[in-house]
Design a protein around this ligand. Structure first.
Ligand SMILES: [Ca+2]
Length: 232
């Protein structure tokens, strides 16, 4: 506290001490006041705390779901876990979480940091709104639930577009189509058998007929489907 921070008002026995803290400064100071009538004096002290004016900064919403593409084993729906835990607040305020889906911003589908919800096959727009008590922010993600039978289609299409020997390509596509048809009729044993053959054929040709990156992409999609069938 500089000396200019202090001034006195009043007169006689009724006086007041006016303390004006320096602008943009905060902290704690012990202020000691001594009064004297010329013969005797008395001293008292008090602690003055000046707090900074806190301006609220809005939170930042960050929604995610893992994975963004989910395969539905029953071709009807699948459980998706939504995650808002990466949302932040510059002031460190505690946040509330509200999840909405498919354009319905009235009825939330959940209010947790993470939420496991069941979505039907199709594309779903999910909105997370976080609020720090004063301000809010939102983040939108798109989650897609693919029917198990439909999950093979994109792999088939990908292979169709690749530059591969025609006989080899036809064989892979045929086996994938047989697998897709088997899934449609619930013959998972046959589907697995076909998918494993395709998986082995691609594995054997990785770095040869198949570019390693493309092979890895196709194999991971096939594994996802195989795991899902085996798990159920
Ligand atoms: Ca805040």
């Amino acid at each position: 506290m500089p000396p200019t921070a202090f001034s006195f008002a009043g007169s006689g026995a009724s006086r007041s001490l006016i303390v004006t803290p320096a602008p943009n400064q905060s902290g704690t100071a012990t202020i000691r006041v001594t009064v004297s009538d010329g013969i005797l004096s008395a001293t008292d002290a008090f602690v003055l705390t000046v707090r900074p004016l806190t301006v609220n900064q809005p939170p930042v919403a960050d929604a995610s779901a893992s994975p963004l593409q989910v395969i539905s084993r029953n071709n009807v729906n699948a459980a998706v876990t939504l995650d808002g835990s990466r949302s932040t607040d510059p002031n460190g305020d505690q946040l509330s979480y509200t999840w909405f889906a498919d354009g319905n911003l009235t009825t939330p589908i959940g209010a947790g940091v993470t939420e496991t919800v069941t979505f039907r096959v199709g594309v779903h727009e999910v909105v997370l709104v976080v609020n720090d008590g004063q301000a809010s922010d939102s983040d939108t993600i798109v989650v897609e639930v693919i029917g198990l039978a439909g999950a093979i289609g994109p792999i088939t299409d990908r292979i169709k577009g690749l530059d591969l020997p025609s006989g080899y390509k036809k064989e892979l596509i045929h086996k994938l189509e047989v697998a897709a048809n088997a899934i449609e009729v619930g013959d998972f044993t046959r589907a697995l058998q076909q998918l494993r053959v395709v998986h082995n054929k691609i594995t054997a040709q990785t770095g040869h007929k198949f570019d390693p990156d493309i092979a890895e992409e196709l194999l991971s999609k096939l594994q996802q489907i195989v795991r899902l069938i085996e798990g159920g």
